[in-house]
Structure formats: structure tokens, C-alpha cells
Design a protein around this ligand. Structure first.
Ligand SMILES: Cc1cc2nc3c(=O)[nH]c(=O)nc-3n(C[C@H](O)[C@H](O)[C@H](O)COP(=O)(O)O)c2cc1C
Length: 206
């Protein structure tokens, strides 16, 4: 599969997991793809905690359900009705969670390129996630990014050391199919912008 094809096919997956867990060799290839991402000062500030223990998946799913309820209750009635049928995770169904974490101390105090933009460490970690996501697509593996969590609670759940923060919980598993249209668009929550709207010439707005 070409990289363009993978980019076109990639979806955030919630409902299409087959229920069969990803095998170890394939998972390792995906983590290897993630670990090859560019990183500020070559600091590689990421770690990957692979979670397969059903009790841990269950606990995280319950926590996310609570955060979902809180978000739902914060919405005006019309938006709440649009939100209700939208799934936001496939934690149990995927059978595998990958918690991607960020360590600001990795690389020491003088990370080359991070002095003026401290967020470049997080940016690097997100690039690792995107590498994993595209590699997964090429392997017919779905990835769903879950961010409905309290960071301290997720850190405690998987034992992140002090100073190491979670960036994502990724649901990772084989899928029946990839949807052609993002769920949030299909369910009328929010549609994407066109490329024309995002590209500016010389100055913003130009
Ligand atoms: C930083 C980040 C956090 C996200 N968190 C969630 C989430 O908690 N639950 C969810 O269902 N989707 C989540 N998504 C997926 C987006 O909703 C999805 O990428 C977007 O709707 C576009 O759909 P697509 O990825 O299928 O193109 C997240 C995506 C990103 C990049």
C-alpha cells in the first residue's frame, strides 16, 4: 500500500473491530513504525504501554464512560441528541490498548530544538502516534484515539512514573472494514474543512 493510500484509508475506529486481538508480531511492527518517528533533538520522548489485561480494559472503559457522561451533560439539548448515538471508543472490543506517554525529562535539560518551543516534545510523540496509525492502516488494523480521560487517573492505572504524562490511549485491533466517511461527519457532529480553506498564500487569510 502506498503511503498516500494509507493516508486516504485511515480512520479513527470505534465500532469496526472484529474482536480478535492483534497478534504480537504485527503489533511489534506497528510499535517499530512509531519508534522511527522524528523527534526534537532526537530525544524520542515517547513510551508505549501495551494493555491487554481484561480487568484493566474494563476499568478504563468504565472511566471513559463516566467522562463521556460528563461531556454529554455539558451540552445543550440539541447537541446532546446529536452526540448520543456516536461511539467514542472501542476499548473492550479492540482487546488491546496502547497508552502512549511523554517524558519531558528524556534527553536531559538541553534538548536541541526545544528551548524556544517546549511543546516540540509532545509534537514528537504525536508524530510517533501518526506513524503507528498509518502503518496500522496498511496492515488492516484499526486505531481509535481515546482522549476522554483524566490524565492522572490513566497515569495511575498503568503505573506511569512521576513526570511522565499520557498523550493517548489507542485502541488497536483488526477491523472488518474502514468507514469511508469519518464518524463525526456521518453522525452530523462536525464536517471537515476543504483543503482550500486551510491553505493560505504568503499571509494568513491570503
Ligand atoms: C488528539 C485526538 C484526540 C481524539 N480523541 C478521540 C476520542 O476521545 N474519541 C473518539 O471517538 N475519537 C477521538 N479522536 C478521533 C477524531 O474524532 C477523528 O480523528 C476525527 O473525527 C476525524 O476522523 P478520522 O480520524 O476518521 O478521519 C481523537 C483524535 C485526535 C487527533
Amino acid at each position: 500500500m502506498s503511503v498516500y493510500e494509507a493516508i486516504r484509508l485511515r480512520r479513527d475506529v470505534r465500532a469496526e473491530f472484529t474482536g480478535t486481538p492483534i497478534d504480537d508480531d504485527t503489533l511489534w511492527r506497528l510499535l517499530d513504525a512509531a519508534h522511527r518517528a522524528p523527534s526534537v533533538g532526537n530525544s524520542q520522548p515517547w513510551d508505549f504501554v501495551v494493555v491487554r489485561e481484561p480487568a484493566t480494559l474494563e476499568r478504563f472503559a468504565d472511566h471513559v464512560a463516566e467522562k463521556r457522561r460528563e461531556f454529554r451533560d455539558s451540552l445543550p439539548p440539541e447537541r446532546a441528541a446529536t452526540f448520543d448515538p456516536i461511539r467514542i471508543e472501542g476499548i473492550r472490543e479492540s482487546g488491546t490498548g496502547v497508552v502512549v506517554s511523554y517524558d519531558h525529562a528524556r534527553g536531559g535539560p538541553n534538548v536541541l530544538g526545544r528551548a524556544t518551543v517546549p511543546e516540540t516534545g509532545i509534537f514528537s510523540t504525536v508524530l510517533a502516534i501518526q506513524n503507528l496509525w498509518l502503518a496500522a492502516t496498511a496492515e488492516q488494523i484499526g486505531v481509535g484515539w481515546v482522549s476522554f480521560y483524566d490524565a492522572d487517573q490513566l497515569a495511575a492505572l498503568v503505573g506511569l512514573p512521576p513526570g511522565v504524562q499520557p498523550v493517548a490511549w489507542l485502541c488497536v485491533g483488526p477491523v472488518r472494514e474502514f468507514q469511508q466517511v469519518p464518524d463525526l461527519e456521518r453522525f452530523g457532529w462536525r464536517s471537515g474543512r476543504t483543503l482550500d480553506q486551510a491553505v493560505h498564500r504568503e499571509r494568513f487569510g491570503g
